[in-house]
Write a protein that binds this ligand. Structure first.
Ligand code: WQD
Length: 357
């Protein structure tokens, strides 16, 4: 009997790539999503890539506790990977209540249901944003979290704490807080702190599908290249970095998805060293905005229309990962080159133009 993984927010950019890798690794997957920030394009892409038309899909509001409970009752869940959350940094500053309510309630409902139904392995989609503007680079999992620069980033920190406290409680008090606790003991949790996920599946059937004007760099680049956007503004060229533009650790979405498969296996095969673990999921390679733009132009043999603009509020000059712990403990390492990643991002944008003709 295959282990079954619930992927909450599984119709989205990261969730759909993770669902694909899980299925190809032999897991059964249930995809659940409220469809607030995506359409069925990526879920249909998962079906095509895996050749599986039978993947259970559940449209659900994760803020409704009864619905989440029913989801766990309907399916025997061995582990849950929680992506379901709002993720636009700028929007979270304008609408903090919407972000705290949605991102915290949905995770609390998932944990409650996991406790009740014994699906006691929880993998949380966290973010390097918890490190704020780090004093020392690269950042390790021991680097201090800094007060979040946005409500979005704060919800990531709060959810990490909620998961850690829940793991500790089930370790200490067992069945009293976790009636459905499985025989293998307390709730176990892993938080994966992603750096900057970019790119698309090599098939060009799934990728990033931002609604409206993209906040993130790479979808703005590909939409400019395809003519949907007039010109890319590079926010700031006067940062204390080699070329004056911000440096980030851009992680290929397919590599990121494989890290989730490795983390799920670690939980289900009882290889965890602690009941709550954190891993940085990055390449360890800093890349500036300008370097990324130039690489995009080179690998796709095109000229991008861009200009330098004032700094964007809230941006930090530089952050990149020390991924040694994930490399060692998860047996995972980012493998795709930035060239392959940017080729796949451009192929995906062209695919979207084709299907939306
Ligand atoms: C990267 C760099 C911009 C757009 C955020 C969240 C993080 C995660 C990923 C959700 C920055 C520059 C961007 C543009 C630009 N979000 N840029 N012109 O801000 O590093 O991280 O997205 O999971 O939690 O914090 O990513 O892609 O927005 O920006 O110059 O039109 O590109 O200034 O230096 P960021 P980003």
């Amino acid at each position: 009997m295959n282990k079954r993984i619930l992927v909450s927010g599984g119709a989205g950019f990261i969730g759909s790539h993770v669902a694909t890798e899980l299925i190809q690794a032999g897991y059964d997957v249930v995809v659940a999503d409220n469809m607030s920030n995506c359409d069925m394009t990526c879920f249909q892409g998962v079906q095509k890539i895996t050749g599986r038309e039978d993947i259970p899909f559940v449209k659900i509001d994760f803020c409704d506790g009864d619905s989440v409970n029913k989801l766990f009752s309907d399916f025997q869940i061995d582990a849950v990977i929680h992506f379901a959350a709002f993720k636009a940094v700028g929007e979270s500053v304008m609408e903090p209540v919407k972000y705290y309510k949605n991102n915290l309630c949905s995770f609390l409902n998932v944990l409650d249901a996991a406790k009740t139904h014994g699906g006691c392995n929880v993998l949380f989609s966290s973010s390097a944003t918890v490190y704020g503007d780090p004093d020392k680079l690269p950042v390790t999992e021991e680097s201090p979290r800094q007060s979040a620069a946005s409500p979005y980033g704060n919800t990531k920190q709060i959810c990490e704490d909620i998961l850690e406290d829940t793991v500790k409680a089930t370790r200490r008090f067992g069945k009293s807080v976790c009636p459905g606790i499985s025989n293998n003991g307390p709730i176990k949790g892993i938080a994966l702190r992603y750096f900057n996920p970019i790119g698309a599946h090599p098939s060009a059937l799934i990728g990033e599908l931002p609604r409206g004007v993209p906040n993130n760099l790479v979808p703005f680049i590909t939409q400019t290249a395809i003519g949907k956007r007039e010109c890319l503004s590079i926010f700031g060229d006067d940062y204390p970095t080699p070329d004056g533009t911000c440096q980030r650790d851009y992680i290929d979405i397919n590599d990121l998805a494989k890290a989730h498969v490795a983390a799920v296996a670690r939980m289900l095969e009882e290889k965890m060293k602690e009941d709550y673990e954190i891993f940085n999921i990055g390449t360890g390679r800093p890349l500036s905005v300008l370097e990324l733009v130039k690489t995009f132009e080179k690998v796709n043999n095109l000229k991008l229309n861009y200009k330098f603009a004032p700094r964007r509020e809230g941006d930090i000059p530089a952050i990149w990962a020390d991924p040694t712990l994930a490399n060692k403990e998860l047996g995972w390492k980012a493998g795709r080159s930035i060239e392959e990643t940017l080729e796949s991002a451009w192929a995906w944008e062209r695919h979207l133009a084709e299907i939306n003709k």
